[in-house]
Design a protein around this ligand. Structure first.
Ligand code: BES
Ligand code: MN
Ligand code: MN
Length: 456
């Protein structure tokens, strides 16, 4: 039986796969930092070369930013086609001080591999490549047709992928899509994610006087951009956690009763969650549980603040400028464009006298919900049972994966979001990790998914 040979190949290649993961994790492919453009290209080349070595004709496709890797195999004429997406770029590792081992020197502790990109998304992406390898090295072919699409600009919201998908709609046509770039519900409880939040990201720039001034001589008579910024930010949210921008909730699809009941049935302890994040108290929109807030209600968060004197000791200054980076996480059916218009109009309304307010828009992505009553999802459930030894629970997540909306819009396909991570993997933070056991379970699940989709 082909699948048994595949499983045997996976068992005998665990160490090789781990070494390959380490090699990829050693490359600091930080898409946001131009100083690392060579490294980002090296990571792309690693992925391309790995696909070629296992017998896929893979190409590096240049974009205006970092290259895309694309490969196809047509081993199942008349059979279904699976599109696999992943990203080889990673978030900046800074701040470096809290890392227990350097971010680009992958280190194994307690069965976890620690490195930037371990779970997001190099480790998870690699699981699908190794599953393809196992089929090609044993059976000599794949049980379904496969298209592999790996990008290097996910973490910066680059436009390269969108252009590629729009330009190659026919070439990318598929029956199923799979992405492993999310998490399990908890250790031992694998999950299929059927909803992700969207994103609207802004920078707000406040300008007052033409230069910094003495705060005694000028304070009280000339507007202070830091004070103005605080007033604007304070106007965004009420004490009950509701966002106060008029019209913000208009398009929000309410949580349905069955969904609230399903969330409430998941084994989740608010107090354990609180202890795990180490916050003195859990907060959020009144009337919703923590899981509902995290997964299904829109949020507004300041991601960074600047302005005024930041050095040691006091300085009596009336700053000329201040600013903030802030973002809204969106839920179905909020439209990032509408949210952007509402936010701009709100800032114009509340911008205090004596300063000018400028809104700069960064990336946006719509929230997504995928259908779970499909042959693809049923095949994925069986594959997860094979790989993890237990069936998945169905969850939503608060993160955003812009390509999911793009694949739906351009190719009409619902993505299977099969995440192998854990919620404490510290993605984007210091000491990012990925469980090696889950790495291997993910590979096995992916290998079985190919077989299950062929039968679906
Ligand atoms: N893998 C994450 C998305 C994610 C995080 C899904 C946590 C589920 C749980 C992805 O790489 C990511 O970081 N996305 C960004 C959005 C992007 C436009 C920069 C995000 O969610 O902040
Ligand atoms: Mn990711
Ligand atoms: Mn990420």
């Amino acid at each position: 039986m082909a699948i048994e040979q595949v499983d045997a190949y996976l068992d005998s290649h665990r160490e090789v796969f781990e070494e390959q993961l380490k090699t990829l994790l050693r490359i600091p492919s930080i898409s946001a930092q131009p100083a690392h453009n060579d490294d980002t290209l090296r990571a792309a080349t690693f992925v391309r070369d790995d696909l070629v070595a296992m017998g896929c004709e893979a190409e590096l496709v240049p974009t205006k930013g970092h290259p895309i890797i694309y490969a196809e195999r047509h081993d199942a004429p008349g059979g279904p086609t699976l599109l696999i997406y992943g990203h080889y770029d990673v978030q900046p590792p800074e701040p470096l001080e809290p890392w227990l081992s350097p971010p680009f020197e992958p280190t194994v502790r307690d069965g976890n591999i620690y490195a930037r990109g371990a779970t997001d998304d190099k480790g998870q992406m690699l699981t699908h490549l190794k599953a393809i390898e196992a089929w090609l090295k044993t059976a000599g072919s794949l049980p379904v047709n496969v298209k592999v699409l790996i990008e290097g600009e996910e973490e910066v919201g680059g436009a390269g992928l969108e252009a590629f998908v729009a330009e190659h709609r026919k070439r990318l046509a598929c029956d199923y899509a799979v992405i492993s770039d999310t998490s399990q519900f908890a250790p031992g409880i694998p999950a299929i994610t059927y909803g992700l939040k969207g994103l609207s990201y802004f920078e707000l720039k406040i300008q007052g006087a033409k230069t910094d001034l003495h705060s005694g001589t000028f304070g009280g008579a000339v507007a202070n951009p830091c004070n103005a910024l605080a007033a604007i930010l304070a106007s965004l949210k009420g004490a009950d956690g509701r966002i106060l921008i008029p019209g913000f909730y208009d398009a929000v699809r309410p949580l349905e009763d069955w969904e609230r009941a399903a969330f409430a049935k998941l084994p989740f302890s608010e107090s354990e969650f609180q202890a795990s994040v180490g916050a003195p108290e859990l907060v959020g929109e009144a009337g919703y549980s923590t899981l509902e807030r995290k997964w299904a209600r829109p949020t507004c968060d300041v991601n960074g603040l600047y302005g005024g004197y930041q050095g040691p000791g006091p300085k009596t200054v009336l700053p000329a400028r201040a600013g903030a980076k802030l973002s809204f996480r969106l839920v179905p059916d909020q439209d990032p464009k509408t949210i952007s218009q509402l936010f701009r109009a709100h800032v114009e309304r509340v911008c205090p006298p004596g300063v000018t307010c400028e809104v700069i828009e960064y990336h946006g992505a719509p929230a997504v919900r995928v259908n779970v009553d499909t042959p693809g999802v049923r095949a994925a459930v069986r594959a997860i049972e094979a790989g993890f030894g237990t069936p998945p629970v169905f969850i939503r997540e608060g993160g955003s994966i812009p390509v999911v909306g793009l694949l739906k819009e351009q190719l009409g396909v619902d993505t299977l979001l099969l995440g192998w991570g854990q919620s404490d993997d510290n993605l984007h933070g210091p000491n990012e990790k990925f469980s090696l056991a889950d790495f291997h379970r993910g590979i096995k699940t992916s290998a079985h998914l190919l077989a299950e989709l062929a039968r679906a």
